[in-house]
Design a protein around this ligand. Structure first.
Ligand code: PGA
Length: 245
């Protein structure tokens, strides 16, 4: 097993490939289950899926989605919740029923944290497991918010965000002091249970962490390196993010 590398001519080409794979799955499998990601990387993917919905009749009526993660401690009206991100960039523009959309909550009481996370795992299982998981990669090597030290068999849980991750989010929040310190994330084990995984990484800033994830031995210091042990993990790169391979 090893990560299958796809070095595309551009990020647009990468996005078109991934969107087409997702569309083929959705057209061929009733009740397809998608694992979705946030961040800058998947925005053009969602734009392409919205285009396929409007122009080529791709319907999400039978699709169920599970997002990787959510910040903790934000009001539901906060624009940076991943719930709001996903609706703004994707769900508001397609025909997916609200009941089919799952994200961890951004405001869970401490006493309900464990049961909330276990219920998320159970909802994924009850939906039949994730058919197609989209991932980005953070500069810490995180997938979801599985920061360095996350075990390969970890499940959905609260995580303390790495300083680099919080710095990378600072401009979106208008300053580091406004970035949440914690999040809920699917675990590495949750992600690795997906049947097909497509990680997208674009730009020179991702080149070194992509190299470490793909070329260095598997380590819990780079969660994305666990994908080396997955039977169907694909990296979709542009020339810049592939430049250190
Ligand atoms: P980005 O984030 O898409 O905004 O670069 C990726 C990630 O942190 O997983």
């Amino acid at each position: 097993m090893s990560i299958q590398l796809h070095i595309h001519s551009s990020r647009e080409a990468a996005v078109r490939t991934v969107a087409l794979e997702m569309a083929t799955l959705i057209r061929n499998k009733a009740h397809a289950v998608l694992g979705l990601a946030t961040g800058a990387t998947p925005i053009p993917l969602y734009q392409e899926l919205v285009r396929l919905h409007h122009e080529e009749g791709l319907s999400f009526r039978q699709v169920t989605t599970f997002n990787l993660d959510e910040y903790l401690g934000l009001e539901s009206t906060h624009p940076e919740t991943y719930w709001n991100f996903m609706h703004r960039n994707f769900f508001d523009h397609i025909d997916i029923p609200a009941a089919n959309i799952y994200l961890p909550s951004s405001h869970v009481a401490e006493s309900e944290l464990v049961s909330h996370c276990l219920a998320y795992e159970e909802a994924i299982r009850a939906a039949g497991g994730i058919d197609y998981q989209i991932l980005g990669i953070g500069r810490t090597g995180h997938i979801g918010f599985n920061e360095p030290g996350s075990p390969a068999d970890s499940i959905t849980r609260r995580i303390h965000l790495d300083a680099i991750t919080r710095q990378d989010a600072a401009s979106a929040f208008g300053g580091l002091e406004h970035v949440p310190t914690h999040a809920i994330t699917m675990g590495c084990g949750t992600i690795l249970a997906a049947r097909h995984i497509s990680l997208m990484a674009f730009g020179e800033g991702k080149a070194e962490i992509v190299r470490r994830a793909v070329r260095e031995p598997v380590t819990d210091q780079v969660s994305a390196s666990f994908l080396q042990n997955h039977p169907c993990a694909h990296f979709h790169l542009d020339p810049a993010s592939a430049s250190a391979l």
